[in-house]
Design a protein around this ligand. Structure first.
Ligand SMILES: Cc1ncc(COP(=O)(O)O)c(C=O)c1O
Length: 394
């Protein structure tokens, strides 16, 4: 049996029981709310993880790159939403996936993007290797649907639910037979500081997106899909009338940002980085490890939260949180572990963490930390049960 002791460090560890609990929790919550779950697979970018989400009841997946779309499609996932505004130069690649049988949904939030897509599908564009006629799409079982991105929080992209532009974009898409619904992501939920504000943000995300759908319908335009979601709003939503699906992503691993929001506890976090102690600066209370920012990422997502976790929260090799110990500084390949209370609180670092000691570090932002690694060592206790690869690139 392979164990943690056999792994080189730094290594991304995926705690399988924790991940399974997270998948079950989100699926149960969505089942209770009566909506489909379409997980955002950009967190893990791993077929094995997505398979477990599907086995638990997820319907379709969300991706953040066409590379993910293509890799997951090759692995048997054929209902895919690419939830980043579609750039004109990617239309050919998107249509190529459709031609090969993928039920792809793409997102636009401008007249320019909607018109480019409408024109390309009318032409049966040859942006990719081969042309895409409606007949060829039907033969292959593929279908291109377009969702209009709605801005429900002023956080990033999207059209305001009340804007005249919504109906203009909807009309252009419908004329080309492409309009399938609306989509929003309330990223501002990450800035909430209490359960009450998270609940209110979830309701804002829902009500504004549903409002956009109602406006399209009132104008005689079809809007079967109403897609919302982030992990915090998914878990804090009280009810989701009018919503057809929720896209949550980071819940599959959770992370310290989610723990800081009260979405999970630190010991729910399924992703950690295994590191080795390589040195000390006893007078400064420093423990040096081989887990720098290349292993953790540069993400400092907890910096703005009440409890700043530095570059990560330190646990022992078995995954138990070592209260007060964080990766306070990070160079490329060095992590500097310190006690929050400074050198005094962190006395006798050599005795406490001898050279060669292995520590696990919980990440601020699971998507960013996972992206630093080529795959996961899947662990259950000290046993390494499998190695799962992940995708990267675009
Ligand atoms: C468009 C979109 N949908 C869904 C999600 C999932 O959000 P979370 O990772 O908070 O679950 C994201 C995350 O960035 C997103 O950008």
């Amino acid at each position: 049996m392979t164990t943690l002791a056999d792994l080189d460090t730094p290594a991304a560890l995926l705690d399988e029981p924790r991940m399974n609990r997270a998948i079950a929790r989100m699926q149960q919550r969505m089942d209770t709310l009566g909506v489909a779950l379409r997980p955002h697979v950009k967190t893990a970018k791993c077929v094995e993880v997505a398979r477990r989400q599907r086995e638990a009841g997820a319907r379709g997946i969300t991706v953040s790159t066409l590379k993910e779309a293509s890799e997951f499609f090759a692995a048997g996932f054929d209902d895919i939403t690419y939830a980043i505004g579609l750039a004109p130069h990617r239309i050919g690649a998107a249509l190529d996936l459709v031609r090969r049988g993928c039920r792809l949904k793409v997102v636009v939030d401008s007249l320019a993007a909607a018109s480019a897509l409408a024109a390309a599908t009318r032409r049966g564009d040859t942006g990719a290797a081969s042309g895409v006629s409606a007949a060829a799409r039907a033969d292959a079982g593929g279908r291109l649907d377009v969702l209009v991105e709605i801005d429900t929080d002023g956080h990033r992209a999207g059209i305001s639910p009340e804007a005249p532009l919504l109906l203009e974009v909807g009309t252009v898409l419908h004329a080309a037979g492409l309009l399938a619904g609306v989509l929003t992501h309330c990223g501002a939920s990450y800035g909430c500081r209490s359960a009450a504000t998270l609940e209110a943000m979830a309701e804002q995300e829902r009500s504004r997106c549903v409002r956009a759908a109602e406006r399209l319908r009132a104008a005689g335009l079809p809007c079967p899909i109403v897609s919302v979601g982030s992990t915090p709003t998914a878990l804090f939503a009280r009810a989701l009338p009018g919503v057809t699906e929720v896209r949550a992503g980071v819940y599959v691993f959770y992370d310290l940002v989610m723990a800081g929001l009260g979405v999970c506890a630190p010991d729910d976090i399924a992703l950690s980085v295994l590191t080795t102690v390589i040195g000390h600066q006893p007078d400064k209370g420093w423990v040096l490890t081989d887990g720098g920012w290349m292993a953790m990422s540069r993400d400092r997502g907890t910096q703005a939260q009440p409890e700043d976790q530095g570059y990560g929260l330190v646990c022992d090799e078995a995954g138990a949180v070592l209260e007060g110990w964080i990766v306070n500084q990070a160079n490329q390949e060095h992590g500097i572990v310190e006690h929050r209370g400074g050198a005094k609180a962190g006395a006798d670092v050599q005795g406490r963490f001898p050279i060669g000691t292995r520590l696990r570090v919980l990440p601020n932002h699971a998507c960013a930390t996972a992206a630093q690694h080529q795959g996961y060592a899947v662990v259950d206790g000290a046993a390494v049960k499998a190695r799962w690869p992940r995708f990267s690139g675009w």
